[in-house]
Design a protein around this ligand. Structure first.
Ligand SMILES: Cc1ncc(COP(=O)(O)O)c(C=O)c1O
Length: 447
């Protein structure tokens, strides 16, 4: 029975971590690093750093390791495969594991139609593939829609769809032209700045009205090829839209022949308590973008699309590593574990417990303006004042830092949000241990 609490032997970063961090800063490009945690090994929901600290992980390696770290079945599948074959080129030749996984993905990704898979190496590349799939279907349409607050990646195509933080785009124009962003219906903090209670259906209608107004004024819908959405908005703040929203949005898009692209890179593979978050809303993208949890840490992604959207010629789109045999083997083992060990159900059940515990924290702490999420995709948003809902990004940074010092790894989201996205195998006792640390971190940040 493992000890259900973090263990800090030396303050993070310890001496070994400090050396790595210093060398890293000299040798590597700047990315999105925020905390000096240097991982050495991990098991389940626990990460051990290079100084022997035992850290409770509420990040799943940025939403990836849904089955938990070092799951023996996944490790074995990768080891066995590595000993046989690591690479031959799955886009130019064939691997059976690619086909096995594609057959399973096409069965479980939402949408009643026949589907096909294009394998990628990351979330941004899945979105790049979706852009080409949509463009290939609508060569005469040059316009696209996406939501304010969206995150779809940082390469020059997906970057055009991303709209969660200006730093991602500043100075990088021109990215792909033709993307218009529309407000996302955020039940806590709506884009129209109207304070007070608004019925969810009314909020959904406002967001739809905005699109209809665009269509009747400046953006002819006949020119719009595709509409991108994250079923639960991730990097932009873990925003769950009103349940009425997506079915109506899908109808609006379909009435105009606009393809729907569901980005489930972060929300997929059990994260929200269903295999895919679209299932909560009864909606299905013509293309669904996947990555992160797909292979429990092996770098991999996929665009799963309506079969009739397949490219008409060899060579229109491809890559060298897509569907790498180690990654697809890990993907198959990941699905076996997710489905065979009840992890999606655990995500729903323990996610509810986590949500309840975070709500209890909110009762105690005025600074927590909102708690929201589905399954084990939960977040809290920090505010300076509950009435004005003025965000408090500096406080969020202090909480993340104080939590790390106490052995809890957290990630931010939105302007002042903190995500709680542990591996889906987490127990209620481990959630309680994390919430206890979170409470201490908030107390320290308030001091
Ligand atoms: C919804 C969504 N789409 C796309 C991406 C980009 O994925 P990657 O970092 O693997 O390129 C992310 C990453 O956070 C994401 O959350």
């Amino acid at each position: 029975m493992s000890l259900v609490k973090p263990e800090i032997r030396v303050p993070i970063p310890g001496p070994n971590a400090t050396k790595v961090v210093e060398r890293d800063h000299r040798a590597l490009f700047t990315t999105t690093k925020t905390a000096p945690i240097v991982a050495a090994s991990a098991k389940g929901v626990w990460v051990t750093d290079v100084d022997g600290n035992r850290i409770l992980d509420f990040t799943s390696g940025v939403g990836v390791v849904n089955c938990g770290y070092s799951h023996p079945k996944i490790v074995k599948a990768i080891q066995d495969q590595a000993a046989k074959l690591i690479h031959f080129a799955g886009t130019d030749y064939y691997y059976d594991s690619q086909v096995d996984l594609a057959e399973r993905l096409t069965q479980i990704v939402p949408g009643p139609w026949a589907k096909k898979v294009f394998y990628t190496n990351s979330g941004t590349e899945s979105n790049e593939a979706a852009i080409k799939i949509v463009k290939a279907h609508h060569p005469d349409r040059q316009q696209f829609l996406a939501f304010q607050g969206a995150f779809h990646g940082r390469t020059m195509g997906s970057l055009a769809f991303t709209a969660s933080k200006p730093v991602q785009k500043r100075g990088f124009f021109p990215w792909m032209p033709g993307v218009t962003h529309v407000p996302f219906p955020n039940p806590y903090r709506n884009a129209w700045g109207i304070d007070g209670y608004e019925h969810p259906a009314e909020l959904a209608n406002r967001a739809l009205d905005w699109i209809e107004t665009l269509f009747s004024t400046s953006l002819p819908p006949e020119d719009v090829a595709g509409l991108w959405f994250e079923p639960v908005q991730g990097e932009g703040g873990y925003v769950v839209p009103p349940k009425e929203f997506y079915p109506k949005l899908a109808k609006l898009a379909r009435d105009h022949g606009i393809l729907l692209v569901a980005d489930e890179v972060q929300s997929g593979f059990g994260r929200t308590g269903r295999m895919f978050a679209q299932e909560h809303f009864g909606v299905a993208g013509d293309v669904t973008c996947l990555a992160k949890g797909i292979a429990n840490g092996m770098p991999m992604g996929a665009a799963v699309a309506r079969a009739d959207l397949d490219f008409d010629k060899n060579g229109r789109h491809s890559n060298t590593y897509g569907g790498n045999v180690l990654a697809t083997t890990a993907g198959l083992a990941t699905l076996d574990v997710l489905q065979g060990e009840g992890l999606v159900e655990n995500s729903a059940r323990v996610g509810e417990h986590l949500h309840k515990r975070l709500r209890e924290l909110q009762q105690k702490r005025e600074v927590i303006g909102d708690v929201r999420g589905l399954g084990l995709m939960q977040a809290m948003e920090f505010v300076k004042d509950r009435r004005t809902k003025a965000v408090d990004p500096a406080f969020k940074d202090r909480v993340v830092d104080e939590a790390m010092k106490r052995g809890l790894a957290l990630l931010q989201c939105g302007k002042a949000g903190v995500r709680c996205i542990p591996p889906l195998c987490i127990t209620e006792a481990e959630v309680d241990a994390g919430v206890e640390v979170l409470d201490q971190a908030i107390r320290a940040a308030l001091a």
